[in-house]
Design a protein around this ligand. Structure first.
Ligand SMILES: Cc1cc2nc3c(=O)[nH]c(=O)nc-3n(C[C@H](O)[C@H](O)[C@H](O)COP(=O)(O)O)c2cc1C
Ligand code: SF4
Ligand code: SF4
Length: 320
């Protein structure tokens, strides 16, 4: 009975969150700012990290890293999954990027930040890529900065870059969701120019020793994160499994799954552990991941691009 009540409550909230336009974001529910003084006004070495599933956040990170390198800064840049745990982070700037998943920064990115050592006054900046436009992107950025400042990073900037949504349920019914289709060319050259400008802005804030104050606003999307929109999605997606005949055991899905829910030995997906990030279906090039939504087979990001002849724009700083 309790489960049923809980289900109904979650259903109503999730439906409201998906259908009602965002509340006017005017109520501040949390604020973050520097807890310690900024380390130095000079940036000789910078670390740019991101998590990326379908490449948007990675390309933004690479462009940002190139813009910093252009200013003579020595830059280390890579996906958080390639970042080896260190006792000490010896950089003059840390930039961290993430996609927005379910109106927030994904839990596994948050856990990565929690696992970092003390940042001891290093200036920190965040960015998110989002499918939006009502994707709660500012609050997702806030989540990154708040966690970094809890590690004694000094927040200097946050920025959101819109992209073609990588959320498969936006295109796996008869019609592609309108807002997804409208953003099919994003991120484009203009987006990447904002990324380059953002790098300049961050350096300016550090030079002027100007930490920022960042706020989280009350929005309907923000409220809905308390009721687990991924839980709701899991109820809508049926029959999630690996099609053994199609699978070439390339391991791409295993590497991407943030919760180790894929067992290739048994061709099994642990749907209880799954957090519905869609990484497996978005990555698989062989249509070997099966999911159903609204009685239709879900197609992954690569398949969607192929079907509609969409080619992601590659800025000059990025090779693939
Ligand atoms: C599971 C999932 C949930 C998503 N939720 C949101 C969201 O709440 N708000 C939003 O604006 N975009 C959302 N998106 C779209 C992604 O944030 C966006 O496409 C992002 O640029 C993907 O970055 P990547 O290519 O680096 O993985 C979601 C995508 C996925 C796969
Ligand atoms: S990505 Fe596709 S082909 Fe590769 S191991 Fe996973 S299911 Fe198999
Ligand atoms: S099994 Fe679930 S958590 Fe793992 S990659 Fe696939 S959708 Fe994401």
């Amino acid at each position: 009975m309790n489960n049923r009540r809980c289900f109904i409550k979650k259903s109503i909230l999730a439906t409201a969150a998906l259908t009602v336009p965002a509340l006017p974001a005017c109520v501040t529910i949390s604020t973050t700012t520097a807890k310690v003084p900024m380390r130095s006004g000079r940036v000789d070495r910078a670390l740019v990290l991101w998590y990326s599933q379908t490449g948007h956040t990675r390309r933004c990170g690479e462009v940002l890293a190139a813009a910093l390198a252009d200013k003579g800064i020595k830059v280390q840049a890579h996906d958080i999954r390639e970042f080896k745990k260190q006792e000490k982070i010896d950089f003059d700037l840390l930039v961290l990027g993430s996609p927005v998943f379910y109106y927030d920064t994904p839990g596994f990115v948050k856990n990565f930040i929690r696992s970092l050592p003390d940042l001891k006054g290093i200036p920190v900046a965040s960015y998110v890529s989002f499918g939006g436009p009502e994707g709660n992107q500012d609050n997702a950025n806030y989540s990154i900065l708040q966690l970094l400042s809890e590690k004694n990073g000094v927040p200097v900037g946050q920025k959101s870059f819109r992209s073609l949504s990588s959320f498969p349920l936006a295109w796996s019914t008869d019609t592609v969701h309108e807002k997804t289709w409208d953003a099919r060319h994003l991120p484009d050259e203009q987006t990447f120019q904002s990324v380059r400008n953002y790098a300049g802005f961050v350096l300016g804030q550090i030079k002027e020793n100007h930490p920022g104050t960042f706020v989280k606003k009350l929005t309907l999307r923000e409220a809905s994160t308390m009721f687990g929109p991924e839980w709701w999605t899991k109820l809508l997606v049926k029959n999630h499994h690996i099609i053994e005949e199609n699978c070439v055991r390339c391991n791409a899905c295993v590497k991407l799954c943030p919760v180790n829910a894929i067992d290739l030995g048994q061709y099994h997906v642990d749907t209880h552990a799954c957090v519905m990030c869609f990484g497996c279906i978005n990555t698989c090039e062989y249509q070997a991941i099966h999911m159903e939504y609204s009685k239709e087979r879900v197609s992954g990001f690569k398949q969607f691009l192929e079907q509609h002849g969409i080619q992601p724009y590659l800025p000059p700083e990025v090779t693939l």
